[in-house]
Write a protein that binds this ligand. Structure first.
Ligand SMILES: Nc1ncnc2c1ncn2[C@@H]1O[C@H](COP(=O)(O)OP(=O)(O)O)[C@@H](O)[C@H]1O
Ligand SMILES: [Mg+2]
Length: 253
């Protein structure tokens, strides 16, 4: 049975996509069977692994409408893991979602559970239907927070919403859901980033991972090269940071 891990936070630009793609690559490097699900209509994960979202047909849209099984839509990447690619039609799914539909993704992923060790979900930003689907599908919520000023606000917004509303509504399904915070864009050598991590630990304690993803231009560069950082710069500290995330996942889940 696969463990489903969603990279979720309502805020944009905090490293959801970067973390999902690079963690997927590192889990694959460990020999794990990994599926990455791109739920964002921006299709950043899909582009990151060098798949053109405009050429994907049938796409996740058809899976969501239950017209096509996910097993037909998923694609192999050249990085040792599979992807359920996004497409521009994701916007239409968002339009069609109604209250109660937050559970759709969880049901869609069920038939894939035996094929994979880990299913990673790259969530869109914002408080909308697909982002809620990512949360409800997850055994583990990994919250990527950029180590800058407003980090705690973004983290508490997500955690409060999940605990007060989503856990309440899906009590049976989410009884064992776990939450961890992963700091990204960490600037060593300043007082700023360490201060933010410390302040967040005061509130969320052991839910803050010890691993810190460094801020480095290598991540945008790896996106431009359309390959995870372990394939572009295998010995870079940023590569090792996501290897640590993958190791933590394997040892924890
Ligand atoms: N650790 C990092 N250091 C520097 N830039 C990063 C880092 N992580 C992500 N980025 C860059 O920040 C931008 C937003 O990251 P992204 O993963 O797309 O966030 P999200 O999916 O949450 O919107 C991208 O340009 C990405 O390349
Ligand atoms: Mg993203």
């Amino acid at each position: 049975m696969a463990t489903v891990i969603s990279f979720s936070i309502f805020k944009g630009g905090t490293g959801k996509t970067t973390s999902a793609v690079n963690t997927a690559a590192c889990l694959a490097e460990l020999g794990k069977r990994v599926l990455l699900v791109d739920l964002d209509q921006q299709a950043s994960s899909t582009r990151y692994v060098n798949i053109d979202p405009d050429q994907v047909n049938p796409s996740f849209y058809h899976v969501f409408l239950k017209q096509t099984p996910a097993s037909i839509v998923k694609k192999h990447t050249t990085f040792g893991f599979d992807i359920l690619p996004s497409s521009s039609l994701m916007a239409a799914i968002e339009e069609s979602l109604e209250p109660g539909d937050e559970i759709l993704l969880r049901d869609i992923l069920k038939p894939l559970q035996d094929e994979y060790d880990y299913i990673l979900v790259d969530s869109p930003p914002g408080k909308a239907g697909l982002a809620f689907n990512a949360i409800v599908a997850a055994d583990l919520l990994l919250i990527p927070a950029s180590a800058e000023r407003m980090a705690i606000d973004g983290v508490s917004d997500l955690i409060n919403h999940v605990q007060a509303i989503i856990w309440h509504k899906f009590r049976t399904e989410l009884g064992k859901q776990e939450i961890r915070i992963l700091f990204t864009m960490y600037k060593a050598g300043t007082n700023h980033s360490p201060g933010i991590v410390q302040a967040t630990r005061k509130i969320y304690g052991g839910n803050v991972l010890d691993i810190l993803i460094p801020e480095t231009i290598e991540f945008p560069r790896s996106f431009d090269h359309k390959m995870p950082l372990i394939h572009l710069a295998p010995h870079h500290a940023g590569s090792d940071a996501y290897r640590s995330v993958a190791n933590w996942i394997v040892n924890h889940a």
